[in-house]
Design a protein around this ligand. Structure first.
Ligand code: APR
Ligand code: PHB
Length: 401
């Protein structure tokens, strides 16, 4: 098989890249090692930034998102038994949309299949070759075990943190930046109506808790737990009791219901530089991980591939290589902004297991500042709703928005 771009991975990054390339008239093949059913059911993140929503609309894949997505104009910071609302729309003129990552994946898979262009599920043994030449290739096994090979101009490594793309880069080429946090999130999906119309970030003395949602019937909730927390220690009753304690304020009732899904996710920051090696371009979780607190993971993946599609399109149209050459630096500026925001937000709302009294006072001072100062709240809000794809690192841009 010959194609312009071999895309490894059918998460938000790979699927969105495939769609953007299709709109530019560029052919690609998507290789995914899981089944369609699996990727469409996997519960992940759920907050879409304003620029992400706009892009999905521009690309014609937002019909269901516009019908079913829940538009939010603010989020709540809860601490010391009281609520402090950050008015996202009042502060920035923008909003966020709550819509599950697997719903985005379903919409993009449907869009891909409608184009008739190839997407291969349940492939195995994916291997990347000749990345340092202008004729790279990818070998793999089809779902039926037969061998496959794709010759291409570019390989897009969109295969997440555990994929094969990043490890295909020779030792010593990539610089790795890593930070681990001394806690994890126990996440549950409950068949229960949300208990509040907005997301609630609760910085409680027993640890952080988050109230989020997926639909008017389904609530998404998280509890800060130890990094190595065994799920088995958390029977349903204990989860609800702890959520009830950490989310308690006067006048608030937590709606309970059957748990549909339960999992523990580590909190970590990870970035590799550069996001390119020869003809291999890394995008999304393959190149960077952010802690979930800022809800930036899926949005960063989409921002990367928007840039990558534009760079490949410029090359295909008239041989321009400047956008390909600038891809990594341009992405990394947004990645590091999001990395800082996610670290800041994470540090502000979690209780470190080894909390020293001085650091705890600083953390409280920051919570009070964001709650009281429109300037501080606006900084949170403009990062939360998502910085625009272009211009956010240019002088004068922030004031002018
Ligand atoms: N070959 C083919 N496909 C692979 C391979 C492989 N060797 N390894 C992994 N994959 C697939 C995975 O099964 C998955 O479907 O690549 C896809 C990667 O998708 P994601 O992990 O969703 O990564 P990305 O598209 O970058 O989206 C980032 O995912 O983890 C969340 O919070 C994160 O929201 C963010 C988003
Ligand atoms: C979610 O709904 O899954 C969610 C919401 C907000 C976050 C993280 C996750 O900050």
């Amino acid at each position: 098989m010959r194609t312009r771009v071999a895309i490894i991975g059918a998460g938000p990054a790979g699927l969105m890249l495939a769609h953007l390339l299709h709109l530019a008239g560029i052919d690609s093949v998507v290789l995914e090692d899981r089944s369609r059913e699996y990727i469409e059911r996997r519960v992940r993140a759920g907050v879409l930034e304003h620029p992400t929503v706009e892009l999905l609309r521009e690309c014609g894949v937002a019909d269901r998102l516009d019908r079913e997505g829940m538009v939010h104009h603010g989020v709540v910071l809860r601490f010391d038994g009281a609520d402090h609302r950050v008015g996202l729309t009042d502060l920035t003129g923008r909003s966020i949309t709550v819509y599950g990552q697997q719903e985005v994946v379903k919409d993009l898979v449907a869009a891909r299949l409608a184009t008739g262009r190839p997407i291969l599920f349940e492939v195995a043994d994916v291997a990347l070759h000749d990345l340092e030449t202008d004729a790279p290739s990818v070998t793999f096994r089809h779902a039926d075990g037969s061998p496959g090979r794709i010759d291409c101009d570019f390989v897009a490594g969109c295969d997440g943190y555990h994929g094969v793309s990043r490890p295909s880069v020779p030792e010593g080429v990539l610089r790795v930046y890593e930070h681990t946090y001394p806690y994890a999130w126990l996440g549950v999906l409950a068949r229960a109506a949300p208990s509040h119309p907005e997301l609630i970030y609760s910085a409680h003395e027993r640890g952080f808790a988050l109230h989020s949602m997926r639909s008017p019937e389904v609530t998404r909730l998280y509890l800060q737990v130890a990094p190595d927390e065994p799920l088995a220690d958390w029977p349903e009753r204990r989860i609800w009791d702890e959520l009830g304690r950490r989310l308690a304020v006067d006048g608030f009732t937590l709606n309970e219901g059957p748990l549909i899904e339960t999992s523990v996710a580590a909190m970590r920051s990870f970035v590799v530089e550069p996001m390119r090696h020869g003809r291999l371009f890394l995008a999304g979780d393959a190149a960077h991980i952010v802690p979930a607190t800022g809800a930036k993971g899926m949005n960063l993946a989409i921002a990367d591939v928007r840039r990558l599609a534009a760079a490949i399109a410029a090359y295909a149209a008239d041989g321009r290589t400047d956008l390909l050459d600038g891809y990594s630096d341009a992405c990394l500026r947004r990645v590091w902004r999001a990395q800082h925001f996610s670290w800041w937000m994470t540090s502000m709302v979690h209780l470190p297991p080894d909390a020293d009294p001085f650091s705890e006072r600083l953390r409280r001072a920051q919570l009070h500042y964001v709650a009281a100062s429109p300037a501080a709240a606006r900084s949170l809000a403009e990062n939360y709703v998502g910085l625009p794809f272009e211009g956010a690192d240019e002088q004068g841009w922030y004031e002018g928005r």
